[in-house]
Design a binder for this molecule. Structure first.
Ligand code: ADP
Ligand code: MG
Length: 313
């Protein structure tokens, strides 16, 4: 048989739990949101309903406390809400503002597709675009204004030429394109595809074997906004020029889809020094001119000048 004092101890503990619970429930019933809920629904709630809903009221109160204390909850990212379901008190969980915001940010990130682009493009914003004294060169300001203009006037189904940003290595061409893409996602919910063109060309060449080049080109060419980065950085084969670049540009011109470019070369240099000469050494000025005609239809050239920002670290 159990010693008597132990039994008493147990009884006492049991009493304490009940007493503690009463104490907690007192707090629960004093919670402004609980009170508000009970008042709002007083016509539909009997004493018995409320008694049966005690554990739900407690759950609601407890979860709110956990959230406030920054502790783990049953459904992270969701906050509890009291509800009356068929006369019974219940708790439902709705996404918190933070969760909604996080989802929205994710959605925006998914709108900007990138192929072989540097990681920094995700963080690029128009607000952070360097425009302090030493960086406010004529070319950088002009490019920034033109990009903002494009963003402001963007309308799906309404053609607007993109930008052809030219300038030396490190002036921020890629950054500005990325900031534009992120802003278009935020303001217009529009999807942009950013492609590092030289790597894409290599990928296409490797995809010929398994017949996937066509599919990939088709996906890229249809993007609502397309940005071809670093065009002309590597020598192109006639195939890449005509069957990859040419096909993409032809489609975008026909469909009047906004297209951006960045290049270390001006349009003129790109045409004469790159597009006209294939990496097999064959000179084809007429084919180069045809491609350039499309690039010119699709975009406006802006020369960005300034320091190499990569040195800034
Ligand atoms: P480009 O494409 O002209 O060669 P990038 O856009 O790659 O130049 O810019 C060079 C470097 O400078 C990148 O590492 C980029 O992160 C940084 N950079 C450029 N512009 C900005 C900016 N406005 N704010 C922050 N970093 C920038
Ligand atoms: Mg670049």
């Amino acid at each position: 048989m159990e010693p008597l004092n132990k039994t008493i101890q147990k009884m006492m503990q049991g009493r304490n739990i009940a007493a503690d619970m009463d104490q907690v429930m007192k707090q629960v019933y004093q919670d402004p949101e609980v009170r508000d809920f009970l008042t709002r629904n007083r016509d539909h709630l009997t004493k018995e309903n409320i008694r049966r809903g005690r554990s739900k009221l407690y759950e609601f109160f407890h979860e709110k406390q956990l959230i406030k204390a920054g502790k783990a909850t049953v459904a992270p990212g969701y906050s509890p809400q009291l509800q009356l379901v068929a006369g019974q008190i219940d708790v439902t969980y709705v996404p918190t503002q933070q969760l909604l915001e996080r989802r929205h940010q994710e959605h925006l990130r998914h709108l900007v597709n990138s192929i072989n682009m540097p990681r920094f493009i995700r963080r690029a914003t128009m607000d952070d675009y360097f425009l302090d004294d030493e960086n406010a060169t004529v070319g950088r300001v002009a490019a920034y204004d033109a990009a903002n203009d494009f963003i402001d006037h963007y309308q799906a189904g309404h053609f607007q030429p993109g930008l052809y940003l030219t300038g030396s290595f490190g002036v921020g061409k890629t950054y500005l394109l990325a900031a534009t893409a992120n802003e278009l996602a935020k303001k217009h919910n529009v999807a942009t595809t950013m492609v590092h063109f030289p790597s894409f060309a290599v990928e296409m060449k490797n995809s010929i074997k398994n017949n996937q080049a066509g599919e990939k080109i088709a996906a890229v060419k249809k993007s609502p906004v397309l940005m071809l980065d670093d065009i002309g950085a590597d020598a192109m084969s006639a195939w890449v020029r005509d069957d990859v670049l040419g096909v993409i540009l032809e489609y975008r011109m026909q469909e009047e889809l906004p297209t951006f470019f960045s290049s270390n070369f001006s349009m003129d240099e790109l045409e004469k020094q790159h597009l006209a000469i294939s990496n097999q050494g064959i000179v084809e000025p007429v084919k180069a001119a045809r491609i350039m005609e499309r690039i010119k239809f699709l975009s406006r050239e802006i020369e960005m000048n300034g320091e190499n920002l990569r040195k800034k670290g």
